[in-house]
Design a protein around this ligand. Structure first.
Ligand SMILES: [Zn+2]
Ligand SMILES: [Zn+2]
Length: 141
């Protein structure tokens, strides 16, 4: 199950909606099967290079670790929040995690822990004056 989070800037109209966790369609077999279904993994990673890296890892015997799901990622350039799929794949003693880039700033996004999303002060990327406050949460599956 996942949690949807509605934010609202206390100063302007910016109201991002993000989610953390997984829905039912993301059970392990769906995401990471040996005969990879391109659509799900491709949609999750949203990047041709990352898709190739992870499908190759799967084909080489990589093992999906149990902690996966949507996370909130933050750009340290523009400060905007993004929603991306986090996972860890263990292959030959190494852990691979997907890399996501801010399309505006072209730098790597930083994953936030679920707890940080609720407890850390997040400055609004639009007006840069307000703080984003959690207005409500809901469950999805
Ligand atoms: Zn704002
Ligand atoms: Zn950015």
């Amino acid at each position: 199950m996942g949690t949807g989070i509605d934010f609202q800037c206390e100063h302007c109209n910016y109201r991002p909606s993000l989610c953390v966790g997984t829905g039912m369609k993301f059970d392990e077999e769906n995401i990471f099967q040996k005969d990879l279904e391109r659509t799900i993994l491709y949609d999750l990673l949203d990047d041709e290079r990352e898709y190739k890296r992870f499908s190759l890892a799967a084909a080489s015997g990589g093992v999906l670790q149990p902690d996966y799901g949507y996370k909130v990622y933050r750009c340290e350039g523009c400060g905007d929040l993004h929603n991306h799929f986090y996972m860890q794949v263990k292959l030959n003693g190494q852990i691979l995690t997907p890399r996501y880039t801010c399309r505006q700033c072209r730098i790597l996004l930083v994953k936030m822990d679920d707890e940080e999303v609720f407890t850390q002060i997040i400055h609004c990327p639009l007006c840069e004056e307000g703080k984003l406050q959690v207005e409500g949460t809901y469950l999805w599956d």
